[in-house]
Design a protein around this ligand. Sequence first.
Ligand SMILES: Cc1cc2nc3c(=O)[nH]c(=O)nc-3n(C[C@H](O)[C@H](O)[C@H](O)COP(=O)(O)OP(=O)(O)OC[C@H]3O[C@@H](n4cnc5c(N)ncnc54)[C@H](O)[C@@H]3O)c2cc1C
Length: 379
Amino acid sequence: MKVGISGAGIAGLTAAIALQQAGIAYTLYEAASEIKPVGAGIALAGNAIKAFKKLGIEEAIMSKGRLLDAFVINDPTGKLISKTDSRSVGLKYGADNFTIHRADLHEALLAFVNKKNLRINKRCINFEENGNRLVLHFADGSTDEVDYLLACDGIHSPIRKKLLPQASPRYAQYTCWRAVVEMPHLELNEASETWGTTGRFGIVPLNKNQVYWFACIPAKAQDPVLKNYTSTDLLRHFDGFHAPIPEILLHTRTEQLIHGDICDLKPLNRFAFGKILLMGDAAHATTPNMGQGACQAIEDAAVLASELEHNHASFENLFLAFEKRRLERTSSIIVRSHKIGQVAQIQNAWLAAVRNFVLRALPEEVNEKGLKSILNVEF
Ligand SMILES: Cc1cc2nc3c(=O)[nH]c(=O)nc-3n(C[C@H](O)[C@H](O)[C@H](O)COP(=O)(O)OP(=O)(O)OC[C@H]3O[C@@H](n4cnc5c(N)ncnc54)[C@H](O)[C@@H]3O)c2cc1C
């Protein structure tokens, strides 16, 4: 029996690790000509760390990144709106607020994957059933046969498009720039977001003196002017935002910017389609407002590993059991994250002042209650 995995992103690599550990033969097909992560930094919450633990790779991953002390939200003057103490949250629910450069994360995951099972330059664009097997079609004209397929091919998954043509990515109404810059003198220990009416700026310290930052601006989809924004344009846009935001932008060269409109996928009502299972962003892409997209992809792999320990009559049954465990949780995160984005991107000054007032008045326990449902997970 052979399982195919389309896509060697975070979902595909972690799913491969789960299959490999269960002794199941698999082939991992990646569209790109090399496994090169697109993106800057990433923050992973305690639930992802628990999922890594389930896969037995927690230490290897954690040695490549760092844990932060807190997550804070400020207004553009630098005045605190809310603060979550990651150390105390970590003590209750396991390590939290872990940050890592995406390249380091991919490299660390790839180290666990048997390279003999990896095929690059293989963009899987279609499939058909042939008796008991699935025939996969690739963009280069080649085909391959597998018994089952894990579709880990991201938010624009062609496999999902064929299975559910009506489910397409939804634009969140804001566009985002990201970069990683070296700023040895900053010595930051907290992740932060600064919420202004003209946009939102996030700072996430990584290890090796690197700082990952992101900036979200309300915009129409595919805005041609914003598409060509330089770091100087962003500096002008975030003029008046507190330190070290201007300094970070001054340190960023335009060619370091990664730009894209923010999208998610409205919650689906199934992930299992007979011999095919949707995983990661192909199944449940969410806006990045809760920092949970990759965490949920990693949880998928941990749940796959857990279901592989059960004695399912068939893989079709295993896929259904996976779906049962994953649908509600991932759907609620998509909905919550979408709403948080709307609140964080408020453009009306009066509404923003009310929001900040309410958030400042909220007792810490309310904040923690929201976190508990995310972090308190077992595999
Ligand atoms: C701005 C931003 C910030 C984010 N920050 C965080 C964060 O801090 N924390 C967090 O948990 N999440 C975050 N996320 C979400 C996270 O990036 C995604 O949820 C995660 O990358 C999903 O992994 P994936 O493997 O499912 O999909 P992808 O990362 O999209 O990987 C898909 C892989 O499949 C390949 N592929 C695509 N099509 C095909 C095909 N047809 N055939 C074969 N291969 C194919 C691609 O080349 C790629 O390697 C953020 C997202 C954005 C946009």
